[in-house]
Ligand binder design. Structure first.
Ligand SMILES: NC(=O)c1ccc[n+]([C@@H]2O[C@H](COP(=O)([O-])OP(=O)(O)OC[C@H]3O[C@@H](n4cnc5c(N)ncnc54)[C@H](OP(=O)(O)O)[C@@H]3O)[C@@H](O)[C@H]2O)c1
Length: 270
């Protein structure tokens, strides 16, 4: 049985379309603030494959909610990984571009040194370390800038603001690649189906996934508005002003270079 944590998140919602027979649990049924209860739940359900799409993803709020975000992003994933090791279960977990320090302009490879610039990134890095230390069969997909038709995300915010305002200011010095949650779900489903059918799969480990071109948030916003206009949306916005991160202060620092590259052939999981 495949068990998916984080039922209502962007990636998990996309997973529901491609893994209709998996068991999806939400944060009420499986609250990551209580690691012991998660271990008990796993003893009851006895999955063969776990996909962890649960996470504390509020990057700015994490600066204030340090223990909560650490428990959800690191301690409980560590408990799950430990259970997987003891029960011969495979874990697929998601991590982030924010594990890197974000300088330079070269895309980060899987084995580049990590050094998060904010607490959210730190908690996600600790989660990776807990999982790897357990010695379980684990795939960790690092992804960046996730968007989808569900939940709150950048394209939705830009479209709402573009309907309300004539001018928008968007940062133009942070680089990364937007990621459609449905692309993540597609390659995740392919991997778990291959694992279930005992078909050849890449070795467990950390992998960077990228599906779209590197761009800045400003370029991403401009593309979103352009596409919406081409699709006939009535937008008020006339100008999208490029600004620097220093003109747009946030509680948590953001890495300037969030480009995820890979040392593996492109499309390894396609
Ligand atoms: N969003 C991004 O831009 C981004 C970028 C890079 C990497 N990632 C990683 O990709 C993965 C999926 O992200 P996403 O965008 O799909 O996240 P998301 O939409 O924010 O969803 C997160 C999920 O985690 C659940 N969750 C929160 N607190 C929980 C708790 N105490 N116990 C159990 N579940 C809890 C939420 O449940 P409720 O809805 O019930 O609260 C929600 O279903 C995460 O590992 C994230 O770190 C995301």
């Amino acid at each position: 049985m495949i068990l998916v944590f984080g039922k209502n998140g962007q990636v998990a919602t996309a997973l529901q379309e491609v893994l209709p027979n998996a068991l999806f649990l939400d944060s009420k049924e499986a609250d990551f603030l209580f690691p012991d209860k998660i271990a008990t739940l796993l003893d009851e359900k006895k999955p063969q494959i776990i996909i962890n799409a649960s996470a504390y993803t509020a990057v700015d709020k994490a600066e204030d909610e340090r223990e909560t975000s650490l428990t959800i992003n690191a301690k409980t994933p560590g408990v799950i990984a430990h259970w997987c090791k003891q029960n011969n279960c495979t874990l697929l977990h998601y991590s982030t571009d924010y594990v890197f320090r974000g300088d330079g302009d070269r895309p980060w490879l899987e084995n580049d040194p990590t050094s998060p610039v904010n607490w959210y990134g730190e908690t996600k890095l600790q989660g990776e370390k807990e999982i790897l230390a357990s010695g379980c069969n684990a795939y960790i997909f690092r992804i960046s800038w996730v968007y989808s038709p569900w939940g709150n995300n950048f394209p939705k915010t830009i479209l709402r603001l573009a309907k309300e305002r004539e001018q928008l200011s968007v940062v133009n010095d942070q680089w990364g690649a937007p990621t459609d949650a449905r692309d993540v779900a597609r390659v995740s489903a392919k991997l778990v189906k291959n694992l279930e059918s005992k078909l050849p799969c890449p070795e467990p480990g950390i992998y960077h996934l990228r599906f779209e071109e590197y761009q800045t948030w400003h370029q991403f916003a401009s593309n979103i508005v352009e596409k919406a206009r081409a699709a006939g949306e009535n937008l008020k916005v006339k100008e999208i002003r490029p600004v620097t991160s220093s003109e747009f202060p946030t509680k948590a620092k953001r890495p300037g270079n969030s480009r995820l590259g890979s040392k593996y052939p492109q499309g390894l999981f396609e």
